[in-house]
Design a protein around this ligand. Structure first.
Ligand SMILES: Nc1nc2c(ncn2[C@@H]2O[C@H](COP(=O)(O)OP(=O)(O)OP(=O)(O)O)[C@@H](O)[C@H]2O)c(=O)[nH]1
Ligand SMILES: [Mg+2]
Length: 230
């Protein structure tokens, strides 16, 4: 199996190495309720079926709600899920001082040395939210169509700087008077053509959007060839 290459990693002088193992670390940020956990729930089985082992760190403000949800889901070994309670602005612990999240990811990797991919979900935040590259190698930002079709136009560092922008809940577009294709086109334009995917976690038996997200992670982060992708 190809081992992921980690281009950016915190340096640990005492251990003499950057991190305990070689898992790739990716972030998922985005506004409250945009579907970050739902996308993780859809991604995990795709990766597992492709032989890519996954662990997850969730961030909530003062609870462990998302971690408990994933542990109960039956989709993933509950021991492979860790929770960080941010306690303050969610971006503080994924950007300004990601120590808690680095420690949580390190602990998961120490427990599961063969894990391939660690997904770190930020607590729901605003459009200015970004990840420190001390914490993750790559990060995606999730918005949804029901938040307003002007969201891409409003730009914001989350939308502009992420490695992949995901526009979720396209199934809801007709109910909120939004043209999903127009949002996608505008998002691609404001991002200068950088990766942007529309998806839905409900009502698509083919799961096409989430599969495209998994394929992007597989090629851009795990450096797998298309035929070895989820
Ligand atoms: N209709 C529809 N509902 C969705 C979709 N994705 C997520 N949801 C629903 O949206 C709600 C929020 O989803 P979550 O996955 O909890 O969102 P989140 O971004 O993780 O939320 P926080 O962690 O609280 O910021 C839930 O009720 C999901 O079932 C989608 O594609 N379509
Ligand atoms: Mg969540």
């Amino acid at each position: 199996m190809n081992r992921p290459f980690r281009p950016i990693a915190p340096f640990d002088a005492e251990a003499g190495q950057a991190r305990p193992g070689s898992a790739a670390r990716i972030g998922i940020g985005g506004p409250v309720g945009s579907g970050k956990t739902a996308i993780i729930e859809a991604l995990v089985p795709l990766f597992q079926n492709a032989g890519i082992s996954v662990a997850v760190v969730t961030n909530d403000l003062v609870t462990k709600e998302d971690a408990e949800r994933l542990k109960r889901s039956g989709l993933i070994d509950p021991a492979g899920v860790a929770a960080v309670a941010a306690g303050a602005c969610p971006h503080t612990v994924i950007r300004e001082d990601p120590t808690l999240n680095i420690a949580a990811a390190d602990a998961l990797e120490a427990k599961f040395p063969d894990v391939d991919l660690i997904i770190i979900e930020s607590g729901g935040d605003n459009l200015a939210s970004t990840f420190s590259l001390d914490l993750v190698d790559w990060w995606m930002f999730v918005i949804d169509v029901a938040q307003g079709d002007d969201i891409p136009r409003k730009r914001g560092p989350g939308i502009l700087q992420c490695d992949l922008l995901v526009i979720n809940k396209t199934d809801l577009a007709p109910y909120v008077g939004v043209d999903a294709e127009a949002i996608l086109a505008e998002a691609i334009a404001v991002r200068g053509g950088r990766p942007t995917i529309a998806c839905r976690c409900r009502g698509d038996a083919e799961n096409a959007g989430v599969r495209a997200v998994a394929a992007t992670i597989s090629s851009d982060v795990l450096f797998r060839k298309a035929e070895a992708s989820p």
